[in-house]
Write a protein that binds this ligand. Structure first.
Ligand code: F6P
Ligand code: MN
Length: 314
């Protein structure tokens, strides 16, 4: 079943359907650009974004592609993008807000490693983008990997669609995604190990323990594209950790357009997520580009790292 037929079979609001179709069209356009291998599309622009990160040409191309598709619907009041300092208003009478990371993991583009796009959809209200993640109506990401996949969560259910490049259609391949309660994968940038809190270091040590037969109990996997690391762990079972470091005392990942939508999808698959103090979806954002420590994954693995936090504090 393709995405359009799937949406027609559901009682979602028309606005939600329109937004998903806009993401579908934008993501296929972007996927084609990522695969063109036209050398002038790749590489850095030699500029920094407001987060002091190197801006890749494709970061801005991705941003424009999605903004232009969102402009074609009437229902989007404004867009908050990782690539833009201020919120961009599209339609004063629009009912919804979209926060997005148009090209996640973009430092991986030049080395042919999966990247993604992430979207958080909220109702437009007086809080604007500073709503808790639990208020999201829809969260979605697209992974541009060996295949492109569009994954979204709504009404506490998560679905995955894979792109058929011959027909340019997303086909439902993963109905009702459920993450295993536990898994063997831990995903963390170990370059940060010496600046992590003791309890996070202890969790990593726990993952490296051998079983009674002298065999490893876990396997380490870290791609460096949040979408790709999360996607693998969501399907196979595992935990992703990006907690605070000396370099990044607030954490590395952005709350509103990276962690919230991923946490919302995780919840629909029965996973847990946390900033190591409270559930990510319960955090009230204070500013639009706010960063946060982030742990997400199989429920038993997240509970284990949280239990080490508690013992550290007591
Ligand atoms: O968008 C931020 C991001 O690129 C994520 O996709 C990824 O998980 C993280 O940063 C990687 O950060 P680092 O290079 O510090 O491991
Ligand atoms: Mn990102």
């Amino acid at each position: 079943m393709n995405l359009a037929t799937f949406l027609n079979s559901k009682k979602y609001d028309n606005e939600i359907k329109e937004i998903l179709i806009a993401i579908q069209i934008g993501s296929i356009d972007l996927y084609n650009k990522l695969n063109q291998q036209e050398s002038d599309l790749f590489g850095s622009l030699g500029q920094k974004n407001i987060q002091n990160e190197d801006v890749q040409k494709l970061d801005l191309i991705a941003n424009d592609i999605f903004i232009n598709n969102f402009k074609k619907t009437d229902c989007i009041h404004s867009v908050l993008s990782e690539e833009e300092k201020e919120v961009r208003i599209l339609n004063n009478s629009g009912s919804h807000l979209i926060a997005m990371d148009p090209l996640d993991g973009s430092s991986n583009i030049d080395v042919n490693i999966p990247v993604g796009s992430i979207f958080s959809v909220l109702m437009n209200n007086e809080e604007g983008f500073l709503q808790k993640g639990s208020s999201q109506r829809l969260a979605c990401y697209v992974i541009y990997g060996t295949a492109a996949m569009l994954v979204f969560a709504i009404d506490n259910e998560a679905y995955g669609f894979s792109l058929n490049i011959k027909t340019s259609q997303y086909i439902l391949t993963h109905p009702n995604i459920q993450t295993p309660k536990t898994g063997s994968i831990f995903s963390i940038n170990e370059g940060n190990l010496n600046s992590l809190t003791k309890s996070v270091v202890n969790y990593v040590k726990f993952c490296k323990e051998l079983n009674s037969n002298g065999k490893r109990t876990h396997t380490g996997r870290f791609i460096g594209s949040l979408v790709a690391d999360f996607h693998r762990n969501m399907l196979k079972g595992g935990i992703f950790i990006y907690s605070k470091t000396n370099d990044k005392p607030e954490g590395q990942l952005r709350l509103i357009y990276e962690c919230n939508p991923i946490a919302f999808i995780a919840k629909a698959t029965n996973s847990l997520s946390s900033n190591l103090k409270e559930e990510i979806l319960d955090v009230k954002p204070e500013h639009i580009h706010q960063r946060t420590p982030f742990v997400v994954g199989s429920s038993e693995m997240v509970q284990k790292i949280l239990s080490l936090q508690i013992s550290e504090r007591t």
